[in-house]
Design a protein around this ligand. Sequence first.
Ligand code: BGC
Length: 364
Amino acid sequence: MYNYFSKLLFLSLYSPTIKSMKVIREIFGNLPGKADASLYTITNSNDVTLKVSDYGGIIQSILVPDKNGKPGDVVLGFDNLEGYLQDQPYIGTLVGRYAGRIAKGSFVLDGTEYNLARNHGQNHIHGGIVGFDKVLWQASEFANKKGAGVTLKYISHDMEEGYPGFLRVSVSYTLDDENQVCLDYQASTDKATHLNLTNHAYFNLNGAAAEIYDHELMIASSAYVVTDHDLIPTGEIGSVEGSPLDFRVPKLIGKDIHEVEGGFDHCYVLEGDGKEPLLAARVVHQESGRVMETYTTEPGVQFYSSNFLAGITGRGGIPYRKHLALCLETQHYPNSPNIPGFPLTILRPGKTYNQRTIYKFTTL
Ligand code: BGC
């Protein structure tokens, strides 16, 4: 007893993390005919604030101070749940079971053909009609010596959106005192299935004040997944050398964006070994002084310059439009279930799917 209380006292007096970090839950809104969705606010001792909802695992807001200490939101989002219930392109959401496109919405796994929801022309995208972005997750808050956050759990039933296997998924969002937002994904299944999870946050380090042309980007990759006119991977891996896709040396996004039809929407090949998160990308916004680094265990990152964003009004009445934000969706390559030779996306019973992705914020 004595030991327990003295340990608690010691932790509360000497652990800055435990002392400063807290998670506050509030009602975010009502899901028609269902339960209430909640919004969890986590604040660290540097005034960085992360807001996550159990509806769709949405990152609703990340407030980060600029070089003068003035906080600004570095992700697009909506003030209330209704904003997320409208037809909107995965703003801040989790994506699953499969991030990206699967050609013709079908694959053959262990000799059986599976037909998925075709929710993008003839193809399947981002998990189908009711993907992980549109379900209510079961949430629990935590605070430990690494930081504070929320763990979301969801059970996806056998054949949901056409995918085999009863799948248990868990995603933890942790904010720490090094201004890192860490996403830890885990999943297991009772039947072989395909799985490719990501988060679809749209970043703008300048509080969505203007298009991302003045954001400087580095992507630690010399190769990308070649796609056809429907953005379906052909199986070929291309070199970025000498093309507008080359971001190995930091470059303003606006420099070459108009050289690429529509803008950037490419999966870059990363060197990750699946164990330790490696630096995938760095975004620098000179004027605000905000910097974001992305680290991941995944073999790919989809750099999407919000080419199809249009027609919706976001936080603060800002019209959300083409090139207003960038997504760095850490993942396996699109259409992997149909392309032998791509890193495998199969999850088998008895195995655990693991992914760690970190978005780290600093200032110049
Ligand atoms: C895809 C885009 C798509 C967007 C919204 C991104 O992951 O690469 O092609 O328009 O998601 O669905």
